[in-house]
Design a protein around this ligand. Structure first.
Ligand SMILES: [Fe+2]
Ligand SMILES: [Fe+2]
Length: 368
């Protein structure tokens, strides 16, 4: 026990003590002895059946408990108190007749902390009462401090959670706005972004990603073309065929996107970065910008590539009519293992009915 705690902080004299003894003379004697050494709050009863109620009304810090009593003996009182899970039972000091070693042992086994023998000796009583109270008060204090600590931890955790939620929300906002900014630079529509991100999340789930990761895919994939912000209009919006040089400029958009999204620690922006950088890589290594092959390409990039191309093929663009689904599916199949991750193509084919649902739910409005 901490010395400072016992000496300075624990005022045992203001503790509440409950005396339980059927003999009035014993009760009075104990009250007197306790008062003589400064204990001011001593309650007493001669009826052991009252103990529970008295504790409930006014929880004590120590019980002095006689053994031989009518109605309930001291052991029964202890047994009963042990069944009360909602009550903080204070330490019990048993009052026993001298010489009854067996009784004392039984009392200790039954939950008593200590005992004093009758006739009472003032010094013995004082030191045993003080010892038990000091331990009890110290425990109480530690319990209260722990409670306060627990509350503080809970409060901080809650605040942290709020801060994290806010951060997550603001990151989502950034990501969505960036995605929208990219749309303005290109032929791609907001609906394309929604469809390809939903298809990406669907593919992610079937590829074994958990809910959190699928959510990241859903929110990160809309930024796949964010790098187009950095492509000059005369190249990006050129209606005719691109020259080799112009095509090279277009091919810089993954790296520009990656630069825009780099250096953020959040899972969301890290994934957005990976997708922006690798959504034009191809499974056979013939893609750009790095010519990554197979599983060198992050799964998120492989997924986004498939979702992006499928949706681009089946969408109307100023320079082309939408492809029929069968033709687009045929193209995807032909390019399995070339452009696309073959295991993802398999999943894609299994998921086709769900993908068609997404396409129709978010289809472009008919041009009048
Ligand atoms: Fe792109
Ligand atoms: Fe796209």
């Amino acid at each position: 026990m901490n010395q400072a705690l016992t000496k300075n902080n624990l005022d045992t004299k203001s503790s509440k003590i409950l005396v339980v003894d059927d003999e009035a003379t014993n009760v009075r004697l104990l009250e007197k002895m306790l008062a003589a050494v400064g204990y001011e709050h001593v309650l007493s009863t001669q009826d052991p059946r009252e103990v529970e109620n008295m504790l409930r009304k006014d929880n004590s810090d120590l019980i002095l408990l006689d053994i031989n009593m009518p109605y309930m003996d001291g052991y029964q009182v202890m047994d009963h108190l042990n069944t009360l899970e909602d009550l903080d039972i204070p330490p019990i000091l048993v009052l026993t007749a001298q010489g009854s070693k067996e009784y004392r042992q039984r009392a200790l086994d039954g939950g008593a902390r200590d005992y004093i023998t009758k006739p009472f000796d003032m010094d013995e009583l004082t030191s045993r009462v003080r010892n038990l109270l000091e331990v009890h008060l110290a425990q109480k204090m530690i319990k209260e401090q722990n409670k306060i600590l627990d509350q503080k931890v809970e409060e901080r955790t809650h605040q942290l959670q709020i801060a994290q939620d806010k951060l997550h929300d603001s990151r989502l906002q950034i990501v969505r706005r960036l995605g929208r900014a990219a749309e303005y630079r290109d032929n791609e529509t907001g609906l394309h972004i929604i469809r390809m991100s939903k298809i990406s999340a669907l593919l992610g789930a079937s590829a074994g990603l958990n809910e959190y990761e699928c959510d990241l895919l859903l929110n990160a994939s809309p930024m796949h073309d964010i790098g187009k912000i950095g492509i000059p209009d005369n190249v990006l919006l050129k209606p005719g065929k691109l020259t080799k040089e112009e095509f090279e400029v277009i091919q810089s958009h993954p790296q520009i996107g990656a630069n825009i999204l780099a250096e953020d620690e959040s899972d969301l922006l890290k994934m957005a970065h990976d997708i922006a950088l690798t959504h034009h890589e191809k499974w056979d290594g013939s893609g750009y910008p790095a010519g990554l092959k197979g599983e060198e390409i992050p799964l998120s990039g492989r997924i986004a590539a498939l979702a992006d191309v499928y949706d681009a093929l089946t969408s109307r663009r100023p320079y082309k009519e939408p492809w029929p689904v069968e033709k687009a599916v045929e193209y995807i199949k032909e390019n399995s293992g070339k452009h696309f991750d073959p295991s993802l193509v398999e999943k894609f084919l299994e998921l086709l009915p769900e993908i068609l649902k997404i396409s129709s739910e978010f289809r472009e409005p008919d041009v009048a």
